[in-house]
Design a protein around this ligand. Sequence first.
Ligand SMILES: NC(=O)c1ccc[n+]([C@@H]2O[C@H](COP(=O)([O-])OP(=O)(O)OC[C@H]3O[C@@H](n4cnc5c(N)ncnc54)[C@H](OP(=O)(O)O)[C@@H]3O)[C@@H](O)[C@H]2O)c1
Length: 271
Amino acid sequence: MLNNGQLIPQFGFGVFLVEPADAAAAVTTALQAGYRHIDTAEMYGNEKEVGEGIARSGLDRGDVFVTSKLGNASHRPEDARKAFDATLDALGFGYIDLFLIHWPLPTRYDGDFVSTWLTLEEFYRDGRARSIGVSNFQPHHLRRLHEESEITPAVNQIEVHPYLTQDGVRAFCAEHQIAIEAWSPLARGGELLADPTVDEIARRAGKTPAQVVLRWHIERGDIVFPKSVTPERVRENIAIFDFELSGADVEAISALNRDERTGPDPDNFGG
Ligand SMILES: NC(=O)c1ccc[n+]([C@@H]2O[C@H](COP(=O)([O-])OP(=O)(O)OC[C@H]3O[C@@H](n4cnc5c(N)ncnc54)[C@H](OP(=O)(O)O)[C@@H]3O)[C@@H](O)[C@H]2O)c1
């Protein structure tokens, strides 16, 4: 449950780097596999196809939780209003479940992300965004919102995986009732999925390394939405609700932390 009482499925499907031509089919595959939460963004260029995939599934709009994010070029209030209208249009929806500022962009817009946040508050108040939140915000960015605005973000979507456990941001958000959404939960595949510690736990559990890493996120209480355009992996990734990791296994995976990002540093990313 988010800090405003809205429910969010803890597990979902991400569509970053899913080509528009593949996005509707990928979303349909995920919904058929049982996913009920889709994470997209204006900058992913596939909102329209995500909306099509949901419409094609035959599910009620209310059965699928959908998130999108404000593009980096649209932070000024008048641009943010147009961008939000365009997002709803592209998705084909009258409302969105969760809308985020994608990046704080402290080196752009004279460092002003507060007026952008106040504009998202308008979308929340008029009911077209059921929840609003931020992405890639550091504690000092969140502190400014706390001091200069009224609504606490429902979520902070940040890069988190066993090589980047983000203990500081997670502790700050826990204290302020801001849910953590872990992006790139698999560290985009590759080295993490061949890590000997993860591999040993996976063999013992009779699960794949990706399943063990996703289960680690679930045990820590974060919201996750791995991306895959491979139907077998889409199904593999959601098959993590029939086992648990011991506290010792969770700790062993957390101990892999190297503070290593796969993406940009929010403090100097200018979009
Ligand atoms: N807010 C932000 O700034 C931000 C930034 C990045 C991502 N995100 C969100 O977070 C979502 C997830 O992050 P991500 O897409 O960067 O990375 P990810 O989910 O950590 O990893 C995706 C990569 O892992 C591969 N993969 C997926 N399942 C696998 C499995 N079971 N075994 C082996 N490989 C597997 C995928 O390959 P195939 O697709 O080829 O199967 C893909 O290359 C995004 O889609 C997006 O919604 C947000």
